[in-house]
Design a binder for this molecule. Structure first.
Ligand SMILES: [Ca+2]
Length: 406
């Protein structure tokens, strides 16, 4: 009598497995939040941990400059090149579209020739530092999935700090320091991402790799290396994401390290290409950025597989009876047990940790009764004998769970 139930469970499990094959497998099977199945008592849902796909996050940010009037062109100004102080035919004029360099040109689609870029005023007030803060705000927690890459069009800065916030810009922590001379600029020993190990992954380093002068003109990028850090757990080609996910699941600090609401680029000293600043030609010194790449996904606590951008705001489309911008709490009438984030474990389906309806009564724990692989006819009979008329079954993993009310 109970055989059909078991068979339909297995059949629906196969359906889930087949459905997930249509998705890219690189990042694991966390793209389905639930799947419909059938039991003797009618249709039911099976729940899995899920997360939105990683995407280009620069489409969803707001950019703020400090000081606000630091963009060139008001009044119009001419610039010289760093390499040749006598080549001064670049003009910035904010009132003329072809000559303006507003901040949005850091995020437009490149591929045009010539490139488009934001540009600061020149270092007219030398020796007062030419300091600019560029703040990128999402107003939403984001999990980084790829390197942050900043492309400079006129030499990379000699001193710069990349900072992050996890609380919408109220507090800031450094991500990485960049300088031609780390000891001189920040009294830090120079290091590179290659010096970082699993045990020192949370350490903040100063690197000299991305600050070389104009002799390296073709080297325009400054990076914050996310993938190299992932590789410490997932292997050089990130083939073992399960290992990384396992670590992220059990180590909150590690997970928080890759999570942001805001980024701040603090430009402290522009490229000078020399040890001495040419005080008679300060039009050679300025910042110009043609692109900033930030790749990541909405943090939805493994309770959503999509994130919508509406009214200039990102919000998780919460499943598992959760709600809030990050699916960070249980919906009204679904508070039979305390909210908790979903889990990547066990690999590959994870655990949904859904919020349960109040109607099941307070629940302290769910008891795993059966492992699907181990179920025999005898077990099914025993399960039928539990006496619960309508037990809640959650196949988060390969387990049938019976919720024990207290
Ligand atoms: Ca651009």
């Amino acid at each position: 009598m109970r055989f059909p139930l078991l068979l339909t469970l297995q059949a629906s499990w196969l359906t889930v497995c087949q459905a997930t094959q249509h998705y890219p497998t690189t990042w694991g099977h966390y793209d389905l939040c639930k799947s419909e199945g059938y039991t003797d008592e009618g249709p039911t849902w099976y729940y899995m941990a899920c997360q939105p796909e990683a995407a280009d996050m620069t489409k969803y940010l707001k950019v703020f400059l400090d000081p606000p009037n630091i963009t060139c062109g008001d009044p119009p100004e001419t610039y010289c090149t760093l390499e040749n102080p006598y080549m001064c035919n670049n003009e910035c004029d904010s009132a003329t579209e072809e000559l303006a360099h507003p901040p949005e040109l850091m995020f437009d689609h490149e591929g045009r020739n010539p490139t488009t870029f934001w540009q600061s005023t020149s270092w007219k007030k030398y020796p007062k530092p030419l300091a600019v803060n560029i703040t990128l705000s999402w107003n939403k927690t984001i999990e980084l999935t790829d390197d942050i890459v900043i492309t400079f069009e006129s030499g990379r800065p000699e001193q710069m700090v990349l900072e992050k916030s996890l609380d919408y810009g109220r507090s800031w922590q450094p991500y990485q320091f960049y300088a031609t001379d780390c000891l001189d600029a920040f009294t830090m020993e120079p290091k590179s991402v290659r010096d970082i190990t699993q045990h020192t992954l949370l350490d903040i380093i100063c690197t000299e790799e991305y600050s070389r002068g104009y002799v390296w003109k073709n080297d325009k990028t400054v990076r914050f290396e996310i993938k190299d850090r992932f590789a410490l757990f997932a292997g050089p080609k990130l083939h073992n994401m399960a290992s990384l996910y396992g670590q992220l699941d059990t180590t909150k600090n590690l997970r928080d390290f890759f999570t942001i609401t805001d980024l701040r680029i603090r430009l402290l000293r522009p490229a000078t290409g020399a040890t001495m600043v040419d005080e008679y030609n300060l039009s050679r010194y300025f910042y110009a950025i043609s692109g900033i790449k930030v790749h990541g996904r909405c943090k939805c606590n493994l309770h959503a597989n999509s994130c919508i951008y509406d009214k200039e705001r990102l919000t998780c489309e919460c499943e598992h009876n959760t709600t809030g911008p990050d699916c960070g709490r249980c919906k009204k009438n679904y508070q039979a047990r305390a909210w908790s984030a979903g889990s990547y474990l066990p690999i590959p389906k994870g655990t949904a940790n859904i919020c349960l309806p109040n109607s099941v009564g307070p629940v302290t724990t769910d008891v795993c009764l059966y492992h699907l692989n181990d179920i025999t006819n005898l077990d099914v009979k025993r399960w039928a004998g539990q006496g619960a008329r309508n037990p809640v079954i959650i196949t988060d993993d390969l387990h049938l769970r019976y919720l024990k009310a207290v």
